[in-house]
Design a binder for this molecule. Sequence first.
Ligand SMILES: NC(=O)c1ccc[n+]([C@@H]2O[C@H](COP(=O)([O-])OP(=O)(O)OC[C@H]3O[C@@H](n4cnc5c(N)ncnc54)[C@H](OP(=O)(O)O)[C@@H]3O)[C@@H](O)[C@H]2O)c1
Length: 294
Amino acid sequence: MTATPHATDRAALVTGATAGAGYRTAQALAARGLTVLISGDDRTRGAAAAARLRRRAGHDRVYFLRADHSTVAGNLALAAAVAERVDRLGVLVNNAGGAYPQRRETADGYESTLATNVIGPFTLTRALLPLVRRPGARCVNVVSPGGAGFTGDPFSDVHSVRHYTAAAASARAGLLALAWTLELARRERAWGPRVFAADPGAGRSAPPPRPRPGRLPAPRPLRRIARTRQRRTHRAALAAATTWELAGATGSLLDPSGRRVPLAPGVLDGEFTERAWALVDGLAGAAAHGRAVD
Ligand SMILES: NC(=O)c1ccc[n+]([C@@H]2O[C@H](COP(=O)([O-])OP(=O)(O)OC[C@H]3O[C@@H](n4cnc5c(N)ncnc54)[C@H](OP(=O)(O)O)[C@@H]3O)[C@@H](O)[C@H]2O)c1
């Protein structure tokens, strides 16, 4: 890799692409001939994934960049590393994320689901906007399914201190991620990238655990369903990143098959998306300046 930024619109960054849906998205983009940057937390898994992707793509332009997506500093560091390597990005897929059975906090002092699924991608995207600010570019945020069905007040107890379940934290994160995605699409509508939210669907992406001695393996039909779901969790993100017909549909949410989902009128109106943007912006800014906010 050279120190001079590589000038190409045919470069993509897929975060959290050492495994699961991100890996398959990166594989499909690399197979289309794009230069693909992938990120992940673990250097060994990252190097192995990049090597596998290079072999499968039949070219060498797949690079792993180590990143901690759970912190603002980690996302800013990744943006700087990306800008050293490419001067434009045609595709940015914010896929890294997760759900956590127990409540935990990141180094910024933020609840992990919110930090990794909402504040992290917001920080990264904002820092990379100079590289994607063209109508031909695509910015895709993988959002947790169920976000639109969140019933509580997403602006209250944002770090789930009073009440935590993985499902509720994921649903809140999904809703806030969808909201800032729609707000980004509105703000960048004229000259910026086409912006999409992609629902991966509920399916294990990582391979199911091997049956342990004494535990029966899942019945074959269930294993088949799990495998099918595994293979499909990248479809919405890939469609958002590549489908030509979606060029005029910035600000859309895509279902797990890659089809546009009508958004319930009023649920995500401009006031709501602006409020979500302000919340996430405030949290990202405070962490960048070393002040966590409740
Ligand atoms: N699969 C589902 O059922 C489902 C449901 C709802 C939402 N989603 C969302 O869809 C996306 C992909 O899910 P998946 O199941 O395919 O994921 P996965 O198989 O668990 O893979 C996660 C990827 O993200 C990376 N990653 C996670 N946390 C990170 C962090 N803090 N810093 C750096 N890298 C990190 C991992 O890197 P390392 O290997 O280096 O740790 C790995 O490459 C996620 O955003 C997830 O929240 C998935």
